[in-house]
Design a protein around this ligand. Sequence first.
Ligand code: SF4
Length: 65
Amino acid sequence: MRIEVDQERCEGHGLCEERAPQVFTLDDEGNLSYAFDGQDVPADRVDEAESGAVVCPVAALKIVR
Ligand code: SF4
């Protein structure tokens, strides 16, 4: 499973970070970093990553299976 991040859509709400702080982090300027960019999410982080992705209010995080 992968997550594609659309940085253009991201508005820095931080909901993903609240749900999945080991996966998504925002810097002080609201720029999103994704821990597994360009790679499969490790098995032990899949549940957390999905939980964070589905709460994004602007659909910037797409789950790809
Ligand atoms: S919840 Fe969506 S809009 Fe908010 S920081 Fe995460 S990716 Fe960006």
